[in-house]
Design a protein around this ligand. Structure first.
Ligand code: F6P
Length: 544
């Protein structure tokens, strides 16, 4: 399928965009001229409200975007995902994370249920206290050793659902190969009551392997014996052989499948830390929430389909406003790791330079995804969103309910800041307003006119708002799956593969020879002069 740029709607969108700019039509004006704008540009589901009314959109542009999706045969692509077709052609396989959360496809239900059952037994044993450490201690601390998709998803959810964490099991995460990361976690733990999950789909990732070795050494150096390792180490992997070779008891290896991509794997046994933290019932609720989003994506018409609209909006700004980044602003401290999770999901999926046929992509693919919780971000990077020269579309995520009536006032401040930020991005402040404000504050005309340009805020900056009633396992699953599907939508529009990551594979291999040059005292670097000198300086300093 040719990419969106070849579709008739693309040309029409170009004209519509030019008209919008020439006529200086603002989002604010459109709210004034259309009392139904919020209804027209929002989607309500039992889980959340998706408000996309503060975008650079008219009803005509909205329709053209849906036409574009149709012309790119998005409905067919959605069907291909849910019918288990090979939508990851470079690795010749389907992408079936939807099968993990209740969608019946390719007869996978039995396998999925069997692993879920194994998870439930394990989680029951750890949380119930029947799984004992080598000296008979109850396991109180679980350390997930993994990186990328084997880390970010579980870490994000465990953090987001901290309020649901009942029980005695504390979850910790080690991902970076920097030994400081592992030591910081391990220094607080006792080997006899600690269990490690080595989470690696491939079981060949350098960082995870190194950290697993470090954890094993720590365990053995602190009172554990080789024969005790099986009580303190389990694994999640599709490479059972390698996990067993590492010394993990085969019955404690939770299988994964090649049809689940790393960044889509939190719904599999990679989600063990989640289930250990919040319990199996809450883990199932997370899956049900995601399944609801799957059903929404699979069955809703394009015009009411949240991931479709999310993906189309990103394409609209990337294609016609040359945006290069997208900011995600959860006004919820619990969602503090959500932007980092989305970063891998989106950037590893959409950072591609060729289309499905292997030809150079005709459009810039993928946006830099970044963000941090509000209101913290308001006091650091929001300045660039308001007055910087670039347009950076923003996703605001807010949760209506407060943690308890005692905190209602603070929660309302949080929400007020969220809504006022999207309003400020949209409305900005004109030169006249700035001058009038300064004069009202007692400044004389000349001084006011001199200062006013610095106070101008261009406005007309687009944003979406996701408003959740409550942050629960169900709504979090729903929200997360919406973003997953929005990534797939973009890949269809850009005609690229969202499910491979060959670029990262190269980086994995390159460090080997440099490691050898660093580790071997007799070896000189044989690289470029910069690398050789950096290696030589390190070696000298390491000897000090
Ligand atoms: O960073 C590349 C990558 O392959 C990711 O896609 C994946 O999530 C991560 O490494 C970890 O891989 P594994 O689970 O095989 O250790």
């Amino acid at each position: 399928m040719p990419s969106a740029v070849h579709m008739p709607a693309w040309q029409q969108l170009q004209t519509a965009r030019n008209t919008l700019v020439e006529q200086k039509t603002t989002i604010h004006q459109q709210f004034e001229s259309d009392p139904l704008r919020f209804d027209r540009f929002s989607v309500k589901t039992p889980e959340l409200v998706f408000d996309y009314s503060k975008n650079l959109l008219t009803a005509d542009i909205q329709q053209l975007l849906f036409d574009l999706a149709d012309q790119c045969q998005l409905p067919v692509a959605i069907d291909r995902m849910f019918t288990g077709q090979s939508i990851n052609p470079t690795e010749r396989r389907p992408a079936l994370h939807v099968a993990l959360r209740g969608h019946h496809v390719n007869g996978l239900e039995k396998e999925v249920a069997a692993v879920r059952e194994k998870m439930a037994e394990f989680v029951g044993a750890i949380r119930g206290g029947s799984w004992k450490g080598c000296y008979g201690d109850t396991i109180t601390d679980v350390v997930n050793i993994g990186i990328g998709g084997s880390h970010l998803g579980p870490a994000m959810v465990v953090r987001a659902l901290e309020n649901f964490a009942v029980g005695h099991v504390r979850c910790h995460f080690i991902s970076n190969v920097d030994p400081a990361a592992a030591l910081r976690v391990l220094s607080r733990l006792k080997p006899a009551s600690t269990l490690f999950i080595v989470a690696s789909k491939s079981f060949s990732t350098l960082e995870t392997h190194q950290n697993a070795l470090l954890a094993r050494r720590w365990f053995l150096d602190n009172g554990g014996a080789e024969r005790d390792l099986r009580k303190h180490f389990v694994a999640v992997s599709s490479n059972v052989e390698a996990a067993a070779a590492f010394g993990i008891d085969e019955k404690n290896i939770f299988p994964m499948w090649d049809w689940v991509g790393g960044r889509y794997s939190l719904w599999s046994a990679i989600g063990l830390p989640i289930a250990l933290s919040v319990g199996m019932d809450h883990f199932r609720e997370l899956l049900t929430g995601a399944h609801h989003a799957d059903e929404h994506f699979r069955t809703q018409p394009l015009s009411d389909n949240i991931p479709v609209i999310m993906g189309l909006l990103t394409a609209w700004y990337g294609g016609f406003y040359n945006t290069t980044s997208q900011v995600v602003l959860p006004y919820s401290q619990s969602l503090e790791l959500f932007p980092a999770f989305l970063q891998q999901l989106s950037m590893e999926s959409l950072g591609k330079g060729v289309n499905l046929a292997g030809d150079a992509a005709e459009l810039d693919t993928g946006q830099v995804v970044w963000g941090a919780p509000g209101t913290d971000g308001q006091h650091s990077f929001h300045q660039l969103l308001h007055q910087g020269t670039r347009i950076i579309p923003a996703d605001f995520i807010a949760v209506a309910a407060s943690p308890g009536s005692a905190y209602r006032e603070q929660q309302d401040h949080l929400l007020a800041n969220c809504f006022s930020q999207s309003q400020a991005l949209m409305d900005g402040k004109s030169l006249d307003q700035a001058v009038a404000e300064l004069k009202a504050a007692g400044m004389d005309d000349n001084a006011a006119r001199e200062l006013a340009p610095h106070k101008v805020i261009p406005g007309n900056r687009p944003s979406n708002t996701f408003l959740l009633h409550k942050l629960t396992p169900h709504t979090l699953g729903y929200l997360t799956a919406l973003y997953e599907h929005a990534v797939y939508v973009q890949s269809v529009l850009w005609d690229i593969n969202a499910f491979d990551q060959w670029g990262v594979e190269l980086g994995k291999k390159l460090s080997g020879p440099i490691f050898s040059a660093l580790a071997d005292p007799d070896k000189q670097g044989d690289f470029d002069a910069s690398t050789n000198n950096l290696i030589a300086i390190c070696k000298t300093w390491q000897e000090d």
